[in-house]
Write a protein that binds this ligand. Structure first.
Ligand SMILES: C[S@@+](CC[C@H](N)C(=O)[O-])C[C@H]1O[C@@H](n2cnc3c(N)ncnc32)[C@H](O)[C@@H]1O
Ligand SMILES: [Zn+2]
Length: 269
């Protein structure tokens, strides 16, 4: 049990279906097997994370392997830098596609994931992968200092202080952002004058090691998949209605996908 008490940061011990810290704070496992470690006074960040519809769209889309280019790139960084029996953290893990697949590929690793969205974590825990999942806020991660060998962070808010705290000295952080041409052909349908992504790295003092690109093309042969992908993107919130109508009328789509991975190491003490 890697989780610590979100109220007082003391260690937990497990008894039956709940965990209790040395100061008596108690949390029950949900029936799917995850812990809800959000506390009322930790309100920084959005309060609930992604909703059920977004969670189901992400599940439907990712399970078709459409973003396996990114999964494989994260896996390659892990394999290049870490031992098989590492402790891996999936920061803002969503519905668990990446952490679940990594567990299948690296059964000796201990994998932990958290997300602010209960709907996402419910789906992740239902996978029964053997990974540990919790509802938690990345601005207050309920994990001990120096406990993680490899953390990955895909399309989510960034909190350098917390990431630095939970990584072991020498631990690796991979943060992925959308590459220049990510979903370019979808953007051409949505917008009259689409912009390329600027691939901005996160603002951090962590020691930068390297940057990698991962890209490929995907073919979506029905509008359900196209819309599921659209709903996973920030464009879902910022697209004029004519653009959305054009996308709704698109029966199939070939588009580039492109990711930039920034890789950091926590300095050895
Ligand atoms: C774009 S999704 C990416 C999910 C996952 N990394 C993936 O690629 O499938 C962003 C995720 O960040 C979560 N999130 C947003 N704010 C958060 C916070 N303050 N703490 C933890 N998770 C948060 C959302 O609930 C959502 O699941
Ligand atoms: Zn406590």
């Amino acid at each position: 049990m890697k989780w610590i008490c979100p109220v007082c940061s003391a260690a937990f011990s497990q008894s039956g279906n709940s965990v209790r810290c040395t100061n008596g704070h108690c949390f029950d496992f949900a029936k799917e097997g995850y812990l809800n470690l959000l506390t009322g006074n930790r309100k920084k960040g959005s309060e609930t994370g992604d909703n059920k519809d977004m969670a189901l769209c992400r599940r439907a889309f990712l399970s078709k392997g459409c973003f396996d280019t990114l999964l494989n790139a994260v896996d390659a960084v892990f394999t290049d830098h870490c031992a098989e029996e590492s402790v891996i953290l999936d920061i803002c893990c969503g519905e668990g596609y990446y952490s679940d697949t990594l567990k299948q590929r690296h059964p000796q690793a201990e994998i932990i994931g958290f997300d602010l969205s209960k709907e996402m974590i419910r789906l992740a825990a239902k996978r029964k992968s053997g990974n540990a999942y919790a509802v938690a806020n990345l601005f207050h991660i309920p994990l001990p200092d120096n406990s993680i060998d490899f953390a990955f962070h895909l399309f989510a808010p960034f909190d350098e202080t917390e990431f630095l705290r939970v990584l072991k000295p020498g631990g690796i952080l991979v943060s992925a952002v959308a590459g220049e041409n990510h979903l370019w052909q979808m953007k051409e349908i949505l917008y009259d004058a689409p912009y390329k992504n600027d691939e901005k790295p996160p603002k951090t003092e962590l020691a930068f090691i390297e940057k990698r690109h991962a890209e490929s093309k995907i073919h979506l042969d029905n509008s359900e998949d196209i819309f599921a992908m659209f709903k996973m993107t920030p464009y879902f919130y910022h697209t004029p209605s004519e653009g959305i109508r054009r996308l709704e009328q698109t029966p199939q789509l070939d588009t580039e996908i492109s990711f930039t991975l920034y890789i950091y190491r926590k300095p050895e003490e």
